[in-house]
Design a protein around this ligand. Sequence first.
Ligand SMILES: Cc1ncc(COP(=O)(O)O)c(C=O)c1O
Length: 453
Amino acid sequence: MEGKSPQIRTALPGPEAQKLLALDHKFVSPSYAREYPLVAKRGEGMLVEDVDGNTFLDFSAGIAVVSTGHCHPAVVQAIQRQAGTLIHMSGTDFYYPLLAAVAEKMAEIAPGNFPKRVYFGNSGTEAIEAAMKLARYHTKRERIIAFFGCFHGRTCGSLSLTASKPVQRAGFGPLLSGVAHAPFAYPYRCPCGCKAVDCERACTCADFIENVLFKTTSPPQEVAAIFVEPVQGEGGYIVPPIRFLRRLREIADRHGILLVFDEIQCGMGRTGKMWACDHFGVAPDILVAAKGIASGMPLGVTVARADIMDWAPGAHASTFGGNPLACAAALETIRLIEEQYAVNAERMGKYLMQRLAGFTQKHPMVGDVRGLGLMVGIELVKDQVAREPDGEFRNRVVRSAFEKGLLVLGCGESTVRLMPPLIVQPEHVDFAVDVLDRSLTELENGVHRAGSI
Ligand SMILES: Cc1ncc(COP(=O)(O)O)c(C=O)c1O
């Protein structure tokens, strides 16, 4: 498939896809929120083929997971080799070399020049749960601070931190007590009211923690940790000012609070450096990674300063966490990211932003184009002055791109997120930008025509 261009041969969904959708709709949990009916059959590099032989260019990467592209030959080989050697042993009760090898590698590459230890789970949410439990265990404090718009997972602990969309929380309460939320620095529509030009210099979002939370709901001596995504993912692909993360570090240090960076979506080379926080010059006490770490094998890791990871044997564990297949895929994925793909993400991220540079002038419904490396958001608005989000229009753009052979997803209220595999090349960027350009033009013309009737 690689080397071929995306091609749409049938109406979408095609006849085979329709059969699958009927089966899925009958038996699969209705809680999944599919944005369009892609029924994937196989993937190779940047391309995904559906069950009807249509091929798509993938700018969603399985939600930022297939960092090395679909079925990278070196990753496939590592998994196959491992599958023939040892599939499972459970690091909770036994030792095997790959668990220690990935722990050593993660301790080496995670930010911060201090000894570290590594805990293994199977997903992002599990890695967050581990970080929450560890923070409470180590500090003997109960409270946690998180941010509006951030997404940390859907199990009850991590969901207590998640403050991205009401549908993710509705009906599941009561969640963990002791969690308070602060505004996330969002330069395009700053919740503290500072204008974009001032945001870098005078961002006051982080100050909300000391000025409001510590004085009202969250006595600092009871706060175990501050959890934050260095670049907000699900909540809208928002890059905060450098000052924001630096202030969080200062506040945490001043009050003996642990700083936890959720790099589940923004880590593993996606922003052009191994970790998004490397752009900000701030290291956390605990770093959480998952998604892109093993190119699609399920793995979540919690990396903490060694003196913090002081829990007792039996205090926390997971049967499958750090499964040998996932570890084999992770070692290969990390090698590829270190050797080639983080650098490629930086180059291609710049090229993508360059290609999108004229979008706010050309398209009246594009309010903002922002990003870091290959984590790029296009925010759609009813008009550029009022900046009112237009989620319905965003959904139509995403759907139109799918019909033209491009896989993208939404995030936040009205943003299209572009998160291709880190192997992406200029011709892929050109295809994606051209599709989005055409989709926006067609749909904007439709809106304006409808408006003039
Ligand atoms: C930043 C962030 N944290 C946590 C999670 C939860 O990860 P998982 O879906 O693997 O549980 C996600 C998933 O989208 C995420 O983007």
